[in-house]
Design a protein around this ligand. Sequence first.
Ligand SMILES: O=C(O)CCC(=O)C(=O)O
Ligand SMILES: [Fe+2]
Length: 354
Amino acid sequence: MTSSPAQEDGRPDDATPPPEFFGEADLRLDAIDRVHDPDPAEFVRDYVRKRRPAVITGLMDSWPAMERWGFDYFRKFFGDMDIHANIQDLDGKLILGQVGGFRPMKFEKLLDEIENNEEPRTAHYLRAYPVHRMIEHYPDLEEDYELPELVPNWADIRFPAETSGTTRNPLKQAGLKLAKTFLNRGSDKPASRSTVSSRVAAVMFVGSKGTVTPFHSDGMQTAAYLCQVVGRKRCYFVSPDQHAKLYPRAFRRQFGMAQVDYRKPNLQKQPLFRDVVVEETVLHPGETLYVPSGYWHAIESMDASISYSHQIVNEDNALGWLTCIPERYLAQLYFKSQGGLRAVTGAKDWDDWA
Ligand SMILES: O=C(O)CCC(=O)C(=O)O
Ligand SMILES: [Fe+2]
């Protein structure tokens, strides 16, 4: 496995983010390892177990999607689908609270907005749309991409879940066994791509230049692949040990949303943000981002963009995933008592937040 700094031709065009972002925080540009076609065991040892993010190159080289996916293709096969687009006003306003403003429209209308982009301060985003629904609409979509198999994924029911046997703690052993029972009983029947996609929570992101996903860590402590097909995305990371500096909302482990608006931090109200270390990288078409369990990330599209993402649960994060199940019920009760999830987070439902 090779580990190298950004591609020679990558960085210069990728420019630096506006200096006012992050206030006084320590922003480290181009700080994420890039690994080409890694050996799976080495990747698990160096990134999954250490919970380090990475940009993986080479995983998507055989994807027909790299040639096919674009706005014309999506218009042709998905234009008549009813979707909800997240509309973001980027003009100096706080971005928090703008993640949940969804407007119903046809997919083709969203694509028109993205392509014409007449009002560049307004971004349109199809956020985390379930891929299995797209496959049901246009079954050939499943020919366009491969499900990454780099790290074990117990949510991927094509393969039986396996533990390494290194855990001696009987409580942990029992927890892992229980998680496996929920996630994966090992399928001897072939599962359709649509079923597998739904089990791994595969989602699509299609949006204009400028969309922002503010700092969050993925719900239920899942890790994720973010596979970039069209356009570039600027990605910021904050390690889990620094979570207090982002002022997480209640139920951090299971529904991690930061209260700091990193594009306009309020250092009077949130002084710890001053000391946060933020790692940045730019994800290019054909590159896959590995987001570890519990890692905080914020993502901005630098161009009109299409990305595919799915969740990962395995021995590394299965206990976290399992213990989030009861927490999820408590969190739902809490949000209900506060006037509903939308009142607290702006999100329409749990699945708005990938
Ligand atoms: O690309 C985005 O806007 C968000 C992606 C994300 O947060 C994820 O895949 O976990
Ligand atoms: Fe995420």
